[in-house]
Write a new protein. Structure first.
Length: 201
C-alpha cells in the first residue's frame, strides 16, 4: 500500500510550484506594468495597468509605432534613473530622424502621428534641464545606428525621451505594451492609429 504524503506537504509543494510558474511567466512571457507619469498621454493615463509582451521581440524586431518598455540607457543611468521607461518607437535602425517646425520627419518624410493631441508640437525645448545641458540629442538630424531605436512619448510637451538623451539599445527593450487591463472602463488593446511617413504628393 502506497503511503500518502502529508496534506500540508502537498499544499506547500503546490504553492511553491505555482510561485515558480508565475515567476517564469513574468520573466519569460509577459508581465504587468503600471503607468506612473503623464508622458504617454493621451494614449496612456496615469495609473493605467498594462500587459507587456516579452516574447514577440525574440522573433521580430520592434516596429515604428510600437509602445515599448525598456530599461534605462547608460545616459539615463548617469542621471540616476533606475526604473523602466515606456515610450513609442519612432526611429528604426537606418532611419534619419529630424524635427522641423514642431513636426517629426523620418527619411525626409513627415511622420503622421494621429495618436497625438491636435496641435501638439514636437520641439527640443522640452529637454531644458539643469542636469542635462545642451546640445540635446535631436537638436539636429540623426541617423539611427544598427540595433538602436529612437523613442518619443506621446505627450510631447511633457516627455523626457530620445530628444534629450539619445537612443535605446535593442538589448534594453523589455517588451511591447499590448493590452490595458485597468481601469475596467478602458480594458482592451492600445491605440492602434497608424504611424507612417506621409508620402509626398
Amino acid at each position: 500500500m502506497t503511503k500518502r504524503e502529508n496534506p500540508w506537504i502537498e499544499g506547500i509543494k503546490t504553492i511553491a510550484l505555482s510561485a515558480v510558474l508565475a515567476l517564469g511567466i513574468r520573466t519569460l512571457v509577459a508581465e504587468a506594468r503600471w503607468i506612473p507619469s503623464g508622458s504617454m498621454l493621451p494614449t496612456l493615463q496615469i495609473n493605467d495597468r498594462l500587459i507587456i509582451d516579452k516574447v514577440s521581440y525574440r522573433f521580430q524586431n520592434p516596429k515604428r509605432g510600437d509602445v515599448v518598455v525598456f530599461r534605462p540607457t547608460e545616459a539615463l543611468k548617469e542621471q540616476n534613473f533606475k526604473d523602466a521607461f515606456i515610450k513609442r518607437v519612432i526611429g528604426l535602425p537606418g532611419d534619419t530622424v529630424e524635427l522641423q517646425d514642431g513636426k517629426v520627419y523620418v527619411n525626409n518624410q513627415l511622420l503622421v502621428e494621429k495618436y497625438l493631441d491636435q496641435g501638439q508640437k514636437t520641439i527640443i525645448d522640452v529637454c531644458r534641464n539643469p542636469s542635462m545641458p545642451p546640445p540635446y540629442y535631436l537638436s539636429k538630424a540623426v541617423t539611427v545606428p544598427p540595433n538602436s531605436y529612437l523613442v518619443l512619448g506621446d505627450n510631447r510637451q511633457s516627455s523626457y525621451d530620445s530628444r534629450c538623451w539619445g537612443l535605446v539599445p535593442r538589448e534594453n527593450i523589455i517588451g511591447k505594451a499590448i493590452v490595458r487591463f485597468w481601469p475596467l472602463n478602458s480594458v482592451g488593446g492600445l491605440n492602434k492609429d497608424p504611424v507612417y511617413p506621409k508620402t509626398s504628393q
